[in-house]
Design a protein around this ligand. Sequence first.
Ligand code: NAD
Ligand code: ZN
Ligand code: ZN
Length: 333
Amino acid sequence: MDALVLTAVKQMEVQETKKPTPKANEVLIESKYAGICGTDHALYNGLPGSAAAVPPIVLGHENSGIVAEVGADVVDFKVGDRVTVDPNIYCGKCFYCRTGRPELCDNLSAIGVTRNGGLEQYFTAPETQVYKVPDNVSLKAAATTEPISCAVHGVKLLKLTPYQKALVIGDGFMGQLFVQLLRAYGVHQVDFAGIIDEKLALNKEKFGVTNTFNTTRDQIPADYDVVIEAVGLPQTQEQAVNATVKGAQVLMFGVGKPNQEFKMNTYEVYQKQLTIQGSFINPNAFEDSLALLSSGKLDVLPLISNEPSLKDVPDYLDGTIKDVSKAVVKVGE
Ligand SMILES: NC(=O)c1ccc[n+]([C@@H]2O[C@H](COP(=O)([O-])OP(=O)(O)OC[C@H]3O[C@@H](n4cnc5c(N)ncnc54)[C@H](O)[C@@H]3O)[C@@H](O)[C@H]2O)c1
Ligand SMILES: [Zn+2]
Ligand SMILES: [Zn+2]
């Protein structure tokens, strides 16, 4: 079978490899689609994602496919099931796992990061990580269940109520997911800030955004009960905190550089009683994400801009191909 192997930092090639055999508690999946995100860019460049990837390894933590074989002890899946995989595997034994915060696990491992993922024709996953995809959700859309789940986790860390006015900063795939999610969670107004006018317009026309701001020329008013920062730059982090009203919550979702800092008026944190909330990966969120896709409250297909094949992926990770909104790789036939 074909596998796209990260053989060393910044080196990747399609290799002919042996189809894996599932262990007793594992499912063998014929991979159909695999999304590429910032984590894959980091891993390709030798930086850690949620965990570190040690070559040789097959990336593809965002994926979907069809069950091809099940291990001897697997009872909940059968050959032919359409599935997607939660990549993050928590140890269940550490302090964080045992206090109900598995995303902070000291021994995190992940499919497509520390063990082979969906950028090969067949890959295995423990059955505990596998979710059936509802019939009315395409496998292409289902390959985005993992990033949707990151956004769902972020939203679950906030207290959302209908009176709130929300602002999303960042017009990438994640920011656009947050626009739809906040509407789905009942926030009555969602405004949107980015730098790409077409994306701002699309979200106004199609996804119920009220006001848009192009941060290269517009001033953002201090008007928001909920602000989601989905860029990860110091200036947008500063803009996020400055856009708040009293009692506001700021979700710091964007990933900055490890040594990054931004300027914040700490008196305002006190006086406005702000909540500055971080968000890391996506525990216990796959069922919510699949339900949001199945109910039509989330529409991800218009946000997927590129559908490369396995051999094209290095061009996406080394920056040869630019201005990609969201690439979802079509794996195999
Ligand atoms: N916390 C988590 O668990 C988690 C999960 C997934 C992604 N992320 C992070 O979320 C961020 C967004 O992810 P993405 O996949 O959408 O990334 P992306 O690179 O596709 O999008 C970033 C977007 O930010 C926009 N942008 C750049 N400068 C801006 C500015 N000054 N003002 C407004 N918008 C600006 C760009 O136009 C781009 O569309 C990244 O930092 C990513 O690492 C975090
Ligand atoms: Zn990802
Ligand atoms: Zn743990």
